[in-house]
Ligand binder design. Structure first.
Ligand code: 13P
Ligand code: SF4
Length: 301
């Protein structure tokens, strides 16, 4: 029996579905029931009826699925697959800002721990951040943890006063603007599609800035035949399916999220077989408040 066949059989036995983010390995995306960006996956997780969700993504993604579905079993193929940015803000930063700016709204990127979500008023993803921030009351916004997405949203919502935190995604922040410029010189007709977690210099070179789904949809609907992609290289799997006729170029220093790549078919079969790495049910004030910020996001998006 192949690993894929074994996974199919185990899924039936456990009444399980597999959710995978676009940054996971191609073979993982190939066996997933649903593939998407953070917003799609959290929305999908809250509308599923299967008993078990195998979440092929980093910790905050599985944790969000569990917060929205406390009664369902959520299995993480690799418990150590974590997003460093999800920890990059302190409670002191949030409390100091709340004291300084009365009426402040604290907006947290879904790339954050449940604890960070619990200090916040509303959660967003890169796919809905602009739309949701436009709907918020008050003028002052503290956007945590990502300073790059914060700057992008601020540029799209000029009537709000943004306050920043120093978090960032190492994979996107380290993307080199010089390497993108070189690709632009080599492929003069190519469109540049980037994720808003990239630094300012890279965003300035973009024809389109958006979430992973946004990038894939843009390429799908574009008349262009060549694209320079400024996000994690796992999106290539979906890009090739969306536009088999197009050419895609990534920066020479390949953007790879090592944490997403920890998830393998072997580990998926392992958790389905054993039931190991089940996320615990959280029943405290932190999880209740964190769940509320996620539900608010789903309602506003
Ligand atoms: P998306 O929500 O665009 O999929 O991004 C998630 C992420 O982790 C980007 O680094
Ligand atoms: Fe986190 Fe960056 Fe990996 Fe996304 S690509 S999961 S933000 S480390």
């Amino acid at each position: 029996m192949t690993k894929q066949e074994e996974i199919e059989q185990l899924k039936k036995e456990r009444d399980a579905v597999i959710l995978a983010h676009y940054y996971t390995r191609p073979e993982v995306q190939a066996i997933a029931d649903y593939i998407g960006d953070s917003y799609y996956l959290s929305e999908k997780a809250s509308s599923l009826t299967a008993k078990t969700i195998v979440f092929c993504g980093v910790s905050f993604m599985g944790e969000s699925a569990k917060l929205l579905n406390p009664d369902r079993t959520v299995l993480m193929p690799d418990e150590s697959a974590d997003c460093p940015m999800a920890h990059m803000v302190t409670r002191e930063t949030v409390e100091a800002a709340r004291k300084k700016y009365p009426g402040l709204v604290v907006v947290c990127y879904i790339n954050s721990t449940a604890e960070i979500k619990s200090w916040s008023d509303v959660c967003v993803t890169s796919a809905n951040a602009v739309r949701i921030v436009k709907k918020l009351p008050g003028r002052h916004v503290l956007f945590i943890p990502d300073r790059n997405l914060a700057r992008h949203v601020a540029s799209e919502v000029p009537d709000k006063i943004f306050h920043y935190n120093d978090g960032y995604c190492p994979v996107h922040e380290e993307m080199s603007a010089a390497e993108i410029r070189k690709l632009k010189e080599e492929h003069r007709d190519a469109q540049v599609l980037v994720h808003p977690e990239c630094g300012e210099e890279v965003l300035a070179l973009a024809d389109y800035t958006g979430s992973t789904t946004g990038i894939i949809q843009y390429a799908k609907n574009s008349a262009a035949g060549e694209f320079i992609i400024g996000t994690e290289s796992g999106v290539l799997y979906a890009l090739r399916q969306a536009r088999p006729d197009a050419a895609f170029y990534f920066p020479q220093t390949e953007p790879v999220c090592e944490n997403m790549k920890k998830i393998t078919l072997e580990k998926i079969a392992g958790v389905l077989r054993t039931g190991n790495n089940e996320l615990p049910r959280m029943e405290d004030q932190v999880s209740e408040a964190a769940g509320e910020t996620l539900k608010k996001m789903l309602a506003l998006a």
